[in-house]
Design a binder for this molecule. Structure first.
Ligand code: DQA
Length: 148
C-alpha cells in the first residue's frame, strides 16, 4: 500500500483555538481523522508527525526516506526561514507537497516567502483544513507521475 507522511510544524498542535479568525476552529486531530478517512478511500496509508522543534521535523523527513512514498508538509512559520527543512526535503528522494491553511500570499509580507516550497512539487495554500486533503491528492498524483 502507498504510504504518505503528513508533517506539521510549530503551533499547529494548537489548531482549533489558535487565532481561529485566521485558522478556523478545526483541530489537528480532526484534520488527521479526515485524512485517515480519505486515505482509506484512496488506498493510501497515512501517518502523522507534529513537532514544535525544527530538528525533529528534519529527523522525520529523513525517516520518510524509508517509511513513506510521499510527504505532505505544513512547516508552519519554518516555511519562511528554515533552510534545514528545505535541505532535508531536498536530501530525500520523496515527493513533497507543501500545504497551508491560510493564503500566505494575502497576509504579512514575510509570509509570502517560502524557503521550503522550492524543495516541494507544489504548494496548496488558503483552503483551510481542505488544503490537507488537496495536498494528499496532489502528492498521490506526483507519486504516480514519478512511478510512470
Ligand atoms: C501556516 C502559515 C504560516 O505563516 C504560519 O506561521 C503558520 C501556519 C498556515 O498553515 O497557514 O504557522 O503555515
Amino acid at each position: 500500500m502507498r504510504r504518505v507522511m503528513v508533517l506539521n510544524g510549530p503551533n499547529l498542535n494548537l489548531l482549533g483555538t489558535r487565532e481561529p479568525e485566521v485558522y478556523g476552529r478545526t483541530t489537528l486531530a480532526e484534520i488527521e481523522g479526515e485524512l485517515v478517512r480519505l486515505g482509506e478511500e484512496l488506498g493510501v496509508q497515512v501517518s502523522f508527525v507534529q513537532s514544535n522543534h525544527e530538528g525533529e521535523l528534519v529527523d522525520a523527513i529523513h525517516r520518510a526516506a524509508d517509511d513513506a512514498d510521499g510527504i505532505v508538509i505544513n512547516p508552519g512559520a519554518y516555511t519562511h526561514y528554515s533552510y534545514a527543512i528545505r535541505d532535508a526535503l531536498l536530501a530525500v528522494d520523496v515527493p513533497a507537497v507543501e500545504v497551508h491553511l491560510s493564503n500566505i500570499h494575502a497576509r504579512e509580507d514575510f509570509r509570502a516567502t517560502s524557503v521550503t516550497a522550492p524543495a516541494c512539487v507544489g504548494v496548496i495554500a488558503g483552503f483551510g483544513p481542505r488544503s490537507y486533503a488537496l495536498g494528499l491528492r496532489a502528492v498521490l498524483d506526483a507519486m504516480e507521475e514519478a512511478a510512470s
